[in-house]
Design a binder for this molecule. Structure first.
Ligand code: OSB
Ligand code: MG
Length: 357
């Protein structure tokens, strides 16, 4: 698929989105999942082709023909493979969808979510100038998005965010650095404090939890961790050390919906709000994100923007839409509640591999 516009972060620019859909057959009921890994290992160590091999040669063979009592069991069955969380989540998500469909309930309900409007924000890539960022951010703000996330990197940070704050004095604004800074930048980053940001996401290394605790002590702005949180244990450690006050949960990064539920629960018990992150998903992954964002601890607007923020034509019917009040309405249909557009999917498909009966 091709994004409407290139998406620029501190680790690179992308416009083409090549990914894997997983179709699971559970006793004749079909479910769909998406592997959110990017084409290259720049956000984390996974990439589309690595996920493909891990799924084909290890994860899927482990489950073929097995009795599965509950989708909650899947994460344990797949734990013999170390990491490869996005590959695992694509498979586990397809099983959750099929399970919910077989029960005739929406996925959000099967997960234990609440029926409520899902508040939505938008993630805005690095722009060429503060003025251009103000232009783009103001347009999304006018569409109703409840918070604006501005990507930053050294050289394109304080002045860019300050310009948006000046143009939109009451908007909910945050920044995401995607690991572009070190602890030596603490005083520099403290210049964000007067701009009244909801949070700064992942300022330090993708694998750090310790230095973030030191940085959080030196900033008034709340830190939110993204890249550093791969497991419920990571989330527990970050909370214990005071490395963040907010956590971005991405189903792929944490290895599936069961881990999402565990992290949501432990954050809720610790009084740490969470929100649903995004990986520029197609409608399949987006539908999963909308469902998981219904869990009670997801109190902050997520990066689950509408299909039209990314694609001219999404691969689900109807596309995911955001109301003028900046919310998504949970679907009533069984499973993910959005129908895969099989014709469009086929037209975009490079290859299909079928495993098992
Ligand atoms: O850090 O959350 C991130 C996109 C690509 C890689 C990493 C991130 C993002 C986003 C976009 O912020 C979220 C989305 O709109 O899907
Ligand atoms: Mg992020």
């Amino acid at each position: 698929m091709r994004l409407k516009a290139p998406f620029v972060t501190s680790f690179g620019s992308q416009q083409g989105r090549r990914f894997i859909l997983v179709e699971a057959d559970l006793d004749g009921v079909t479910g769909y999942g998406e592997v959110t890994a990017f084409g290259a290992p720049l956000y984390n160590e996974e990439f589309t082709d690595s996920a493909f091999l891990v799924l084909r040669d290890y994860l899927i063979p482990r489950l073929l023909g097995e009795e599965i009592e509950s989708p909650s069991d899947v994460v344990g069955r797949l734990s013999f493979v170390r990491r490869h969380n996005m590959a695992k989540a694509g498979l586990e998500g397809a099983i959750w969808d099929a399970f919910a469909r077989a029960q005739g309930v929406p996925l959000w309900q099967a997960l234990g979510g609440e029926r409520r409007p899902i508040p939505v924000g938008v993630s805005i890539g690095i722009q060429s100038s503060p003025a251009e960022l103000v232009r783009v951010a103001s347009a999304f703000h006018a569409q109703g998005y409840r918070r604006l996330k501005l990507k930053i990197e050294p050289g394109r940070d304080i002045a860019f965010v300050a310009a948006v704050r000046e143009a939109l004095p009451t908007a909910q604004i945050m920044a995401d650095a995607n690991s572009a800074y070190t602890l030596a930048d603490a005083d520099h980053l403290a210049q964000l404090d007067p701009l009244d940001l909801m949070m700064i996401e992942q300022p330090l290394s993708h694998d750090d939890i310790f230095d973030h605790a030191e940085l959080q002590r030196r900033l008034r702005t709340s830190i939110c961790l993204d890249e550093s949180i791969h497991t419920p244990a990571d989330a527990a450690l970050a909370i214990r050390l005071g490395s963040c006050r907010i956590i971005n949960i991405k189903v792929g990064r944490v290895g599936g919906l069961e881990h999402v539920r565990t992290i949501e629960r432990l954050c809720r018990e610790a009084g740490v709000p969470v929100w649903c992150g995004g990986m520029l998903e197609s409608g399949i992954g987006r539908a999963h994100n909308v469902a998981l964002a219904s869990l009670p601890g997801f109190t902050l607007p997520g990066d689950t923007s509408g299909s039209d923020r990314y694609w001219d034509k999404d691969i689900v019917e109807p596309p995911v839409t955001v109301s003028p009040d900046g919310t998504i309405t949970l679907p009533d249909g069984p499973g993910i509640g959005y129908a895969p557009d099989l014709g469009t999917i086929e037209a975009l498909t490079e290859s299909v591999v079928t495993l098992g009966g």
